[in-house]
Design a protein around this ligand. Structure first.
Ligand SMILES: NC(=O)c1ccc[n+]([C@@H]2O[C@H](COP(=O)([O-])OP(=O)(O)OC[C@H]3O[C@@H](n4cnc5c(N)ncnc54)[C@H](O)[C@@H]3O)[C@@H](O)[C@H]2O)c1
Length: 263
């Protein structure tokens, strides 16, 4: 087991017990880390319910990453130094997900890209003075960044920007020994995922097609996150690591010969 005793993490993106970020918190805590949570005001009561019986959360604070001053004030309020940051934030207005990307407005584009991608740069920039040397940062992305997934639309554009930020930021912060990577998770039922049309079918196709012939779950991502946040991954930075049962490596399902398509 990885030992993170004495290490401190800041986690953005817990909204419910189904949040991928909450699973990451639990796996970090199993390894001995203490956690500071940053959450959106609208999830306050859920967060209080979730954290009331756990001993690994040392601090909790509201912060909307769409606003520069809120992220600045959040980091100003923190005492001491940290070793790990988790960015598990994604958002696109419903109006943008409901229609083809060609109809996306500039306003929706700006909102989605600011919250889902630029917020990573904003968080990393403000965090630098609070990080111990050789700290590790992760974010969460999805295959829709590089391949068309029906219904993912504007989020695919945002995730492409997010992954590019990971590569660029890794080069910016690497001189201080800090690392940053993305986990590209397979589809998992969460609040955010409930806005993707046809999500149950996406889960079914993934299970049918992935080399592991199963879906991935929050714990699969939580374990990979602990690896990437710990010293065990000391030589890895700027990468997008898939936790998707191998789905991304497959072009067609194994039983394609049984399906008839008309040409
Ligand atoms: N669930 C999936 O299938 C899946 C797959 C791949 C990647 N991801 C990514 O994982 C991350 C976490 O999502 P999740 O599936 O756990 O869902 P979730 O709904 O539990 O988490 C999304 C989080 O984003 C936060 N957020 C949105 N706008 C914000 C803002 N302006 N300021 C601060 N926080 C804000 C929400 O409060 C919430 O905590 C997202 O980046 C998502 O795109 C999810």
């Amino acid at each position: 087991m990885i030992d993170l005793t004495g290490k401190r993490a800041i986690v953005f993106g817990v909204a419910s017990e189904d949040s991928i970020a909450w699973a990451i918190c639990k796996w970090l805590a199993k390894a001995g880390a203490k956690i500071t949570l940053s959450y959106q005001t609208r999830f306050r009561s859920r967060l209080y319910g979730l954290t009331k019986d756990v001993d690994f959360v040392e601090n909790m604070s509201e912060c909307d990453v769409a606003y520069e001053e809120q992220v600045r004030d959040f980091f100003n309020s923190l005492e001491g130094k940290f070793d790990m940051i988790v960015h598990a934030i994604g958002y696109a207005p419903a109006s943008a997900l409901e229609k083809p990307l060609i109809y996306t407005s500039e306003a929706d584009f700006n909102t989605a890209l600011t919250i889902s991608a630029y917020s990573l740069q904003r968080i990393v920039r403000h965090s630098l003075r609070k990080l111990n040397p050789n700290s590790s940062i992760i974010t969460l992305t999805y295959l829709g960044s590089t391949r068309v997934v029906p219904g993912y639309r504007l989020m695919g554009v945002a995730k492409a920007a997010l992954e590019s930020f990971v590569r660029e930021l890794s080069n910016d912060i690497g001189t201080a020994g800090h690392r940053i990577n993305a986990i590209s998770s397979g589809p998992i039922k969460t609040l955010a995922a409930s806005h993707v049309p046809g999500f149950d079918n996406i889960l079914g196709f993934m299970k049918h097609t992935a080399p592991l012939r199963r879906n991935v779950y929050q714990d699969d991502v939580g374990k990979a996150a602990v690896f990437l946040l710990s010293d065990l991954s000391s030589g890895i930075s700027g990468q997008t690591i898939f936790v998707d049962g191998g789905f991304n490596s497959v072009a067609l399902p194994s039983d394609i010969e049984k399906v008839t398509f008309q040409d």
